[in-house]
Design a protein around this ligand. Structure first.
Ligand code: DC
Length: 218
């Protein structure tokens, strides 16, 4: 990574708004963006397409190794079913290990990059100059997810989406391999009471503050 690379690591729980923020920040700062959740979703999708169980470790590792970023069918990968399945394969340490080089390769662009996920600031890019941990209450996240799924034509039941959100929080935080947790040098951004615009402005200001601090210490 060059000295001037602006690597922005965005982590947070399901439906916290980190994906939207990461996309907006990438557009604002002119950086490429990788939604790393898609890697786990695509791995799970490959297993399901082959009719294999999600705990078939050799098949899951082979699927993870075979991923090509350009091939992703995002509309297919962003379903609720694949979000759940992704959370299961993401708990397999060998699957996570198989996806490290792809993510670090993306992050190592000379100009920098924005990556969002669960372990970007802690494992994938521990030296990233900017780390933001995006949170929101489980109820707010479930409401956002319900609206998003309804907009895509999926059937929506708020109570079961809230249960999914809580179950995914539990699975993503309790696993032993790279659990969801805030990096010690990350800034926490709670978006519970913020709309998208206000959340973006807060995230942008976090990045600008870090850049100002870095410039002062040069
Ligand atoms: O962000 P998402 O909902 O698309 O992620 C789907 C699942 O993938 C999520 O429940 C946990 C897993 N994941 C992960 O473990 N590490 C990442 N960096 C990104 C996603």
């Amino acid at each position: 990574m060059s000295e001037r690379a602006l690597t922005i690591a965005i982590d947070g729980p399901a439906a916290s708004g980190k994906g939207t923020l990461a996309r907006r920040l990438a557009a604002h700062f002119g950086l490429p963006h990788l939604d790393t959740g898609l890697l786990y979703r695509a791995t799970a999708c490959a297993l399901l397409d082959e009719g294999r169980p999600l705990d078939d470790i050799p098949a899951a590792v082979a699927a993870a190794r075979g991923l090509a970023l350009a091939d992703f069918d995002e509309a297919r990968l962003r379903t609720r079913e694949l979000g759940e399945a992704a959370s299961v394969v993401a708990a397999i340490p060998d699957v996570r290990a198989a996806l490290i080089d792809l993510q670090r390769g993306f992050a190592a662009r000379p100009e920098g990059a924005v990556l969002d996920g669960r372990d970007i600031g802690t494992v994938i890019c521990p030296a990233a100059p900017v780390k933001i941990f995006v949170t929101a209450s489980a109820e707010t996240r479930a409401q956002r997810r319900a609206l998003e799924l309804a907009a895509r034509g999926e059937k929506v039941d708020y109570a079961s989406i809230l249960a999914d959100v809580r179950q995914r929080d539990e699975r993503d935080s309790a696993r032993s391999a790279a659990p969801l947790k805030i990096a010690s040098d990350a800034v926490r951004l709670d978006t519970t009471d913020l709309d998208i615009e206000a959340a973006f402005e807060a995230a942008r200001d976090i990045v600008l503050d870090k850049l100002t601090l870095a410039a002062r210490s040069d």
